[in-house]
Every structure is written in C-alpha cells, then in structure tokens.
Design a protein around this ligand. Structure first.
Ligand SMILES: [Fe+2]
Ligand SMILES: [Fe+2]
Length: 161
C-alpha cells in the first residue's frame, strides 16, 4: 500500500498532466475537449485533492503541532482560495473562446501551483503519516477512489491519467 505522502505527490503529477492536456486542447482550438479536460481537472483538484487536504490533512497537521493557526496551513488554505477563483476564470475564458486570456490565467495558475505543491511536498506531506491516526489510509483511499472515478470508461480516453 502506498503511503499518503506518495499518493498526494502522485495526485499533484496527475493533476498537472490534466491541466497541461487542457492547455494543449486550447492551443489547438479544440474547445469542447478543453472544457471537458478543465472540468475533470477542477473536479479532481477542488472536490478531491483540496477537499481532502482541507478537511483531513491540514487539521491533522495542525493538531500535531497543537495549533490551529499555523502560518503554513493558513498560507496553503489561502492558496486554495486564490486558485479556485482562477479556475472559474479559466472556465469563463474557455466559454468565451478567449485563448489569450486562458493562456495568461494558465501561466499564473501554473506558477502558483508549482510553489504551492513544492511547499506541501517539502513541509507538510512528510509529516502526514505520523499526524494521522490511521497513517493516512482513509485520506489516501479517498484520493484513489476519486482518481478511479475520473478514469471510468466513457470519459475522454485520450488523456487517461
Ligand atoms: Fe494544496
Ligand atoms: Fe496538494
């Protein structure tokens, strides 16, 4: 069984690939495909990854530190709030077929994510197994089950990530 740290790191990579696949579709002018890929990215990121981090991983880390007002988790939560706004704006840019606007938003989102994910992988994820009473099994299973749903037949098979 993979550790919660491995599962979360892999989920970062999986979501990066989905985001990049959507960007490629925009560059080719394949707007329906771009909309579908962005929707899959947003669902995996917001309803899966961020949800697990905010409801399970951050609270466990805060409890381990004996402090629910940590600068690290406050910064990461703020990053999630900012990213959610950018994801909505990306969706609007796709709806408006505005490749230039989408590309500007994508650069910003990728820059934020690069920093955000690196910080989590360095400062948070290595401590999760110890901070969670089940070593992160439930959180890991939640992430893995979301990944399976995203890969179900009938979804876009070209980007099976
Ligand atoms: Fe995060
Ligand atoms: Fe993350």
């Amino acid at each position: 069984m993979k550790s919660i740290e491995q599962i979360m790191r892999h989920d970062h990579e999986r979501l990066d690939v989905l985001l990049e696949a959507g960007a490629k579709a925009v560059r080719k002018g394949l707007w329906h495909e771009a909309a579908d890929l962005l929707q899959r990215f947003r669902h995996g990121m917001v309803d899966g990854h961020m949800m697990v981090e905010e409801t399970m991983l951050f609270p466990a880390f805060e409890a381990r530190e004996g402090n629910d007002d940590l600068p690290l988790t406050a910064l990461l939560r703020k990053g999630h709030r900012d990213l959610r706004v950018f994801f909505l704006e990306m969706e609007e840019a796709i709806g408006a077929r505005d490749a230039e606007e989408y590309s500007a938003l994508l650069s910003t989102v990728q820059a934020i994510l690069k920093h955000h994910d690196a910080k989590e992988e360095k400062e948070l994820y290595p401590h999760l197994a110890e901070a969670l009473s089940d070593q992160g099994q439930l959180a890991g299973q939640t992430i893995l089950s979301r990944q399976e749903t995203a890969a179900l037949p009938g979804r876009s098979q070209k980007f099976d990530v």
